[in-house]
Design a binder for this molecule. Structure first.
Ligand code: PGA
Length: 303
């Protein structure tokens, strides 16, 4: 057997396996069964003439041959992706696809914009991934999508990042909380309050942890939740206070279910960024969506 006998499908499965390093997660990502993934990987190893993975305890590792195959897979699929975009470019703006990955808090305004954009360009296939900062950065480093929307571009990757709208973080509490009637509250005062926090890996959490570190304040985290919706309900249920992106609590603030706290140094003035890897070829559809996003918020209003 020779590696030339490997099929594109086997290489695609191996490329995904090299990202997830787990047969089950690879199977989930590709909507296959775990045995189907294992068979394809075994056949690819037969074509390569040597093992590509090895299992030590419960952990999966790539062998040297596996690493070499994984690198070629990445190269190959990046080229295929570029080819897809070039072919789409030849067809112009009215055809093609747009793969967008957005950070959880952006789900409060991006889907509506995507809807408007899709109405203007009905033949474009759109896919949307929503995840926390950690998940988005992982996809970004593997170049899995066309565009990314996040609150703070990472410094360790070569990216083109354009700020397109303000994204202030605000402190909120339930109506009637003793701090609601106070003004210019020193940040250190929040160290005494039960705090409802986002999960590790959240960009929101990272931002307010930096803020409290600067103010030498340790938070009393009462509960950690992976969803802004659950956090809002918990705060409304009088279990604590929190800091969230203002765009996620607009409706509750208007209804009076939650109220803003006047903390010195807040809101944390952040921006939404639209981001892609520096060398990436942007298809007309992707460029058009990026321009649409920027034009919608060029007036610097809160999303
Ligand atoms: P998060 O990120 O949804 O992971 O908290 C939001 C942000 O960084 O603005």
């Amino acid at each position: 057997m020779s590696i030339r006998r490997a099929t594109l499908r086997q290489l695609e499965i191996f490329d995904t396996l090299a990202v997830h390093m787990s047969i089950t997660r690879t199977a989930d990502a590709l909507h296959l069964s775990p045995p189907a993934v294992s068979i394809q990987v075994r056949q690819l190893a037969e074509a390569a003439g040597q093992p590509l993975i090895e299992q030590v305890g419960k952990k999966l590792y790539l062998t040297d041959a596996g690493n070499a195959v994984a690198l070629t897979c990445r190269d190959l699929f990046e080229r295929m992706e570029r080819l897809t975009q070039e072919l789409a470019a030849l067809q112009g703006l009215e055809k093609g696809s747009l793969r967008l990955a957005i950070i959880t808090t952006a789900k409060y305004f991006v889907p509506r914009l995507l809807g408007e954009f899709s109405e203007q360009h009905p033949d474009i296939d759109v896919s949307l991934f929503v995840g926390n900062r950690k998940a988005i950065l992982e996809r970004l480093s593997h170049n899995q999508d066309d565009l990314y929307i996040l609150g703070q571009p990472p410094k360790n990757l070569k990216l083109t990042a354009t700020p397109f709208a303000p994204n202030p973080l605000v402190a909120i509490a339930y109506p009637g909380h003793p701090l609601v009637s106070q003004s210019a509250i020193p940040p250190a005062r929040l160290g005494n309050e039960p705090f409802i926090s986002r999960e590790l890996g959240s960009g929101t959490r990272r931002a307010y942890e930096d803020f409290f570190r600067q103010h030498k304040t340790e938070l009393r985290i009462r509960m950690e939740l992976g969803s802004d919706e659950a956090i809002k309900q918990t705060v409304a249920g009088r279990l604590g206070i929190t800091i969230l992106a203002k765009s996620t609590v607009q409706a509750e603030l208007l209804r009076g279910d939650l109220v803003l706290l006047d903390i010195q140094g807040l809101p944390l003035e952040r921006q939404w960024y639209v981001v892609y890897p520096e060398q990436k070829f942007l298809a007309p559809v992707t460029k058009a969506f990026q321009a649409f996003l920027i034009s919608q918020h060029g007036d610097s209003t809160t999303p």
